[in-house]
Design a protein. Structure first.
Length: 387
């Protein structure tokens, strides 16, 4: 490997870029705009099924279950009142909440709750089918006690639906099968599990149900809460990363341009890479995105420090910014590129894993690193040469 020949090529590339600065800027601007348009095409995966590769035994078992029972997702709500649920007010609220869930959840199919459960009892004339809680809920203690006895008269049912002390009960909502991803993505809609989780939370958080302390659960709600949590963490981590990046670049470069430009180019590199991901329709979820962004910031700051330090050293020697940046890229271009290539190769090893999010981290990280390399070796020299 002839290092001098490689360095000469980096010199020629940088000199060409500086000589045709306007053309380079226009080309980069066009690439960035087209890439950024792909951000609109990004859909964050939320389904737990998407974690597994095609043909995985877990997916095969899930498909068998769905073929028999329909949707394997459900929404459950635990209602709780320390004074007991068997009062007229609480039973009416449980009935209203159950009906609200049934009517307002976009994919509800059927519901099981204390106030909406068919109950079969034997009579002198045969069998009678009714409700544990009658349509008109009594106010007197005897009537409420009769409801309590009916609720506990079938131990197997009571054990699954109501707590022994009568202070807690489940409301279970069976969901209709969700449409295929291609359907709701083509319409630009929210994913069905996110929609269902958000609707369940909005219903349960209504003030009128406060005395029941409703606690939603089920996979759609868990997926929605996971996304909300990660979004909050991403905002916090982005601020932390930005502050740490500014502090490090300030200590190393002691220059406003040396601080601002790496941060701006890093953000642009991330946006450009995620635009590519959107155009390609690659898998992406929020937990994987957080890892990719952190890695991208760290790598970009490291590469910019190498280039800027050599640039500043040469600038102090002769004071010519254009010549200094050419010399900086000539000497540091190959080490930066080689480091980037080896890091990309390492990240692509994740593709061998049989978990889709891990594959996505490898592919998406590689695209982000490639974008950072382009920014560091092509765009950054243009900025440092000005002045």
């Amino acid at each position: 490997m002839n290092i001098e020949k490689i360095n000469s090529r980096f010199r020629a590339l940088t000199e060409w870029n500086l000589k045709h600065r306007l053309l380079t800027v226009l080309i980069f601007a066009a690439v960035f705009i087209v890439s950024a348009m792909g951000l609109k095409r990004i859909y964050f995966e939320t389904s737990w099924d998407s974690y597994f590769v095609e043909g995985d035994p877990m997916l095969a078992k899930t498909d068998d279950f769905k073929a028999t029972f329909g949707n394997d997702y459900y929404v459950s709500v635990l209602v709780k009142n320390g004074n007991g649920l068997f009062t007229k007010q609480n039973l009416e609220l449980i009935r209203e909440l159950s009906q609200n869930l049934m009517d307002s959840l976009s994919y509800s199919e059927s519901i099981t709750s204390l106030t909406d459960l068919e109950f079969m009892i034997g009579t002198d004339g045969g069998m009678e089918l009714g409700q544990i809680v009658p349509d008109t809920i009594p106010e007197d203690a005897a009537g409420l006690e009769a409801i309590r006895k009916r609720a506990y008269s079938k131990p197997e049912l009571a054990r699954r639906l109501i707590s022994k002390d009568g202070t807690m009960s489940w409301i279970m909502v069976k969901l209709r099968p969700f449409p295929e991803d291609s359907v709701w993505k083509a319409e630009g809609n929210e994913s069905p599990d996110m929609l269902t989780g958000r609707e369940a939370k909005q219903i349960c958080m209504q003030e009128k149900y406060a005395s029941l302390n409703p606690s939603p659960s089920g996979m759609p709600f868990m997926s929605y809460e996971k996304m909300q949590y990660i979004q909050g963490q991403m905002r916090m981590m982005s601020i932390i990363i930005l502050i740490v990046g500014i502090v490090i670049m300030t200590l190393v470069t002691r220059s406003l341009r040396g601080v601002v430009m790496p941060i701006i180019t890093t953000i642009m590199a991330i946006l450009m890479a995620f635009g590519w991901i959107g155009w390609a329709g690659l898998y992406i979820d929020q937990s994987a995105t957080l890892s990719v962004v952190v890695l991208c910031f760290a790598i970009s700051i490291a590469y910019n420090i190498h280039i800027y330090n050599y640039f500043r050293t040469q600038l102090f020697q002769h004071g010519d910014r254009r010549k200094a940046i050419v010399e900086a890229v000539t000497e540091t271009g190959w080490p930066v590129l080689f480091s980037g290539i080896t890091t990309i190769a390492a990240m692509l090893s994740f593709v061998a894993m049989k978990l889709v999010p891990m594959k996505a981290i490898g592919i998406n990280s590689s695209l982000c690193i490639l974008s950072v390399l382009l920014m560091c070796l092509i765009t950054t020299p243009l900025v440092y040469s000005i002045g």
